[in-house]
Design a protein around this ligand. Structure first.
Ligand SMILES: Nc1nc2c(c(=O)[nH]1)N[C@H]1C(S)=C(S)[C@@H](COP(=O)(O)OP(=O)(O)OC[C@H]3O[C@@H](n4cnc5c(=O)[nH]c(N)nc54)[C@H](O)[C@@H]3O)O[C@H]1N2
Ligand SMILES: Nc1nc2c(c(=O)[nH]1)N[C@H]1C(S)=C(S)[C@@H](COP(=O)(O)OP(=O)(O)OC[C@H]3O[C@@H](n4cnc5c(=O)[nH]c(N)nc54)[C@H](O)[C@@H]3O)O[C@H]1N2
Ligand code: SF4
Ligand SMILES: [Mo]
Length: 764
């Protein structure tokens, strides 16, 4: 379809860097020239001026939750430091600045044709500009009016509370998020699935139990005081680039960085940051890792128990601290002592020497920050992983003081704000009480569906109406076939979005699928707020869209949600239309959301703030006893199926590996901006990264095209790329790989084990 002469893709903004050359040698550092090149290319395009203006607009970066921008200006972080905006930010803005989709486009192309598009092609179609509907039996999406949308929505939401649901991803504002949950709770439903269910839910669930607060306890200011960072299961050079500046500065002040990751990510060894230009360009980047532990995927609990055991043996634990500020520590210590070194080294694949060295660095540092991302959470024991990190922080006294603590590195730019605003199936008791008072009736006690439960419920025909506030529910889930089927059992689905994505063309409803175009963060006609992963609330100024009203009928998410609520409830018990002025929404947030009191005056003061009760600089925590709660973390059982489990004979050429799925620097989740990944030497999306020894042992060769088979699907024509990944492990990009496997979910958080998927790589 891309080759068709009248296909509209060519006139879209040139978004993508030229494809990396297969023969090009891999960069010797993360960041660096490719990133600078990207900046220059983008900002010198015809839309460059608008891009610069948007970068300078006072609003938070659209991309990741590290958090940059806001009232201090587009380039300033929470510590008022300048030049803090990375290429990801440029990429996200450039994509939003695309022209509107051609008027005739959806008349011309049928849904079958639209289903041929790749993720990147969907995004490059341009900005969505009119409400669209695809009705049963129709071959094309067609335009409808907003009035028709509201009539359909009013009817669709008048279903039994348990049969309506929402899903969201964290790009929208706090105000939109708050209204989304208020609308659902007002209708008696708790079915507020969110992308965090697939992401940091284990961190939220785990940390809440340990410290009484589910977010990072380390502010940016506090991170600057640390002398050791343990970075676990994170590819920050690609996914949170500005965090790398903090690691560079830490190394410059003689601090230590311990990396725990089955893959050697080049940017975690050396990173060339544009913030340190001389080093970046002349010296090939700054050193990051002091020690790199390349463990077996899914074995982090074993490693952390090993670290605890070694700390005990080296007499580096803080007994007085444990006795004064924690509960449950004796059991944790006993468990570490009883677990044999043999079990620990066999499970983790690391040597005693490596573990002892890491324990020594941690135990002899004054202020240690433990930071992690998806390599920790996306496992069937995700919550145990989080517990084992928290235990290690606690036995070394590294929680509740400046420069130390636990720091989940959050994903989407406002995903944490969504959780704070009550978009969660695990609503805090205090919020529940406050909302009940506001709504004049008790919030329903029926448990809501999280994302995986929503897919299951939909599969069983238990959902009538689904509204997706952003995101890509279809492609973000494991087992794409099941996701597609599940969505096809829902009579009405609304996709609220700024640009088309795979979900709009594959995640079709039973009777009617609607796509509703909205303003993005820097275009909203009113002020909004967002919350960074470091618990900092930013104010986003009102803006305008580059799309003219004559070519685009966009509305704000706030207007959309309040109008639906108004049509359903009138003015009872809240004047919903009044809430279209977001300052009133902030009044409600201040009244009902703990720690958010300062938002009540933010319109007047313009003062951005850190949320109260989350940054612990004293060892007094938010649990009922004030003490941190420690939990024993059982060792994971890491079994590998055999080839015959995949229906492949033992004699055939091939190998069973543990696949970890994740992202390249050139994609944002399910949205692909660039095809290849130079840093990993993967030239396109259809590669599998393997260890050279595995390739040899299996009788395969680098660049050979192979089949990759999971428990529910298979991909063919996948190119083998040899890389710095541990033996027995492999890596592929998502969302493409989501066709392969069904994934176990963590029992306590519902998060799928995207990082430990058994697959068979073979040839027929
Ligand atoms: N460029 C870009 N930035 C993004 C995103 C994006 O898609 N693109 N997405 C945003 C979102 S929503 C999120 S959640 C974050 C994700 O940010 P990350 O969590 O950094 O991203 P992932 O690609 O999922 O990879 C995590 C790392 O975990 C490692 N890993 C895999 N298995 C294990 C294991 O068993 N143990 C350990 N210790 N490590 C393991 C992988 O090798 C990889 O380096 O990024 C955010 N920022
Ligand atoms: N195999 C595998 N699967 C995974 C993961 C993995 O590591 N491996 N990671 C998981 C993780 S961590 C996450 S967070 C999920 C991501 O899951 P989702 O959040 O569901 O997916 P995204 O691709 O981030 O959604 C992007 C879409 O959001 C919409 N959007 C962008 N800006 C706005 C806005 O301002 N308003 C509105 N309304 N819409 C907007 C656009 O239409 C865009 O296409 O995927 C999960 N799935
Ligand atoms: S690190 Fe994250 S928040 Fe900061 S500029 Fe880059 S994408 Fe935006
Ligand atoms: Mo995420």
């Amino acid at each position: 379809m891309n080759n068709s002469p009248d296909f509209d893709v060519n006139r879209a903004v040139e978004l993508v860097e030229t494809q990396p050359n297969d023969n090009e040698s891999h960069p010797s550092a993360g960041g660096g020239l490719p990133v600078i090149q990207y900046w220059v290319e983008k900002t010198l395009t015809p839309t460059g001026l608008k891009l610069w203006q948007t970068l300078n607009h006072k609003s938070a970066c659209l991309s990741c939750a590290w958090g940059t921008g806001g009232q201090k200006g587009g380039f300033v972080n929470e510590a008022s430091e300048y030049l803090q905006r990375c290429a990801k930010s440029v990429e996200a803005i450039a994509s939003e600045l695309q022209p509107a989709i051609n008027r005739e486009f959806f008349q011309k192309y049928s849904i079958t044709q639209l289903q041929q598009l790749t993720s990147q092609e969907c995004d490059r179609l341009g900005r969505l500009n009119y409400p669209l509907i695809l009705r049963t039996g129709a071959s094309h999406y067609s335009r409808i009016t907003w009035e028709e949308v509201f009539q359909i929505a009013t009817k669709a939401f008048q279903q039994p509370a348990q049969r309506i649901a929402t899903y969201s991803s964290g790009r929208s504002s706090n105000e939109a998020a708050y209204l989304l949950q208020l609308l659902m709770r007002s209708l008696g439903s708790n079915n507020l699935a969110d992308c965090s269910d697939l992401c940091h839910a284990p961190s939220t669930v785990g940390l809440k139990q340990v410290f009484g607060s589910g977010t990072s306890m380390v502010s940016l200011e506090s991170l600057k005081e640390s002398d050791c960072v343990v970075l676990v299961g994170s590819n920050a050079p690609a996914n949170h680039p500005r965090l790398m500046n903090e690691l560079i500065k830490l190394r410059q002040r003689n601090g230590k960085v311990i990396i725990i990751n089955p893959q050697i990510e080049i940017g975690l060894v050396k990173f060339a940051s544009p913030a340190f230009p001389i080093k970046s360009l002349l010296k090939g980047g700054s050193d990051i890792s002091t020690l790199y532990l390349q463990l077996i995927p899914g074995s982090d609990v074993a490693l952390f128990i090993g670290l605890q055991k070694s700390l005990i043996e080296q007499d580096l634990i803080k007994k007085d601290y444990l006795a004064s500020y924690t509960d449950g520590w004796q059991e944790v210590i006993n468990y570490a002592q009883q677990t044999s070194w043999e079990t620990i080294t066999n499970t983790s694949g690391l040597s005693i020497e490596e573990i002892t060295a890491a324990a020594y660095l941690i135990g002899t540092s004054e202020r240690v920050v433990f930071a992690w991302a998806m390599g920790i959470t996306q496992h069937s024991n995700g919550v145990d992983n989080v517990f084992s990190i928290a235990n290690t922080a606690l036995i070394t006294g590294n929680a509740g003081k400046l420069g130390a603590g636990t720091m989940p590195i959050r994903g989407h730019s406002n995903v944490q704000g969504f959780g704070s605003m009550g978009v969660t199936v695990r609503l805090k008791e205090e919020i529940k009480q406050a909302l009940s008072q506001l709504l004049g009736h008790p919030v329903s006690e029926t448990p809501g569906y999280d994302t995986r439960a929503l897919i299951e419920a939909a599969t069983e025909g238990k959902i009538d109406t689904l509204l997706c506030l952003g995101g890509n529910l279809y492609a973000a889930n494991p087992d794409l076939k099941q996701a597609k089927f599940a969505l096809s059992q829902i009579p009405t689905i609304f996709y609220v979005a700024t640009k088309p994505n795979l979900g709009h063309f594959h995640g079709l409803a039973q009777h009617q699928t609607l796509i509703l175009p909205v303003f993005n963060r820097f275009e909203n006609p009113h002020q909004t707020t967002t919350e960074s992963g470091n618990n900092f609330v930013r104010l986003n100024d009102p803006g305008t869209s580059h799309l003219q009203p004559s070519e685009a009928e966009l509305i704000s998410e706030v207007e959309l949600l309040t109008e639906i609520a108004h049509r359903l409830h009138g003015e009872s018990p809240i004047n919903w239309r009044k809430l279209q002025d977001t300052s009133y929404v902030r009044e409600l947030i201040a009244k009902t959301i703990p720690g958010y009191q300062k938002i009540a005056t933010i319109d007047k003061t313009q003062e951005e703030f850190t949320i109260e009760g989350r940054i612990f600089t004293q060892p007094k925590f938010a649990t009922s006893s004030g003490k941190a709660q420690m939990f024993v973390t059982p060792l994971p059982q890491l079994n590998l199926p055999s080839k015959t489990n995949f229906g492949i004979t033992e004699e055939s050429t091939g190998i069973v590996l543990i696949l970890g799925t994740g992202r390249s620097y050139g994609q944002h989740n399910t949205v692909v901006y660039q095809q290849g990944d130079k840093y990993r030497g993967m030239p396109h999306r259809h590669c599998i990264l393997m260890n050279r020894l595995d390739v040899q042992n299996a009788g395969l060769q680098e660049h050979q095209r192979v089949y990759v088979k999971g428990d529910v699907g298979e991909l063919d024509n996948i190119e083998i790329i040899c890389g710095t990944i541990r033996e027995g492990a492999a890596f592929m990009f998502y969302p493409e790989a989501n066709i392969l496997f069904s994934a176990n979910s963590d029992r306590r958080s519902g998060t799928p084990a995207y990082k430990r998927v058994p697959v068979c790589v073979y040839v027929k």
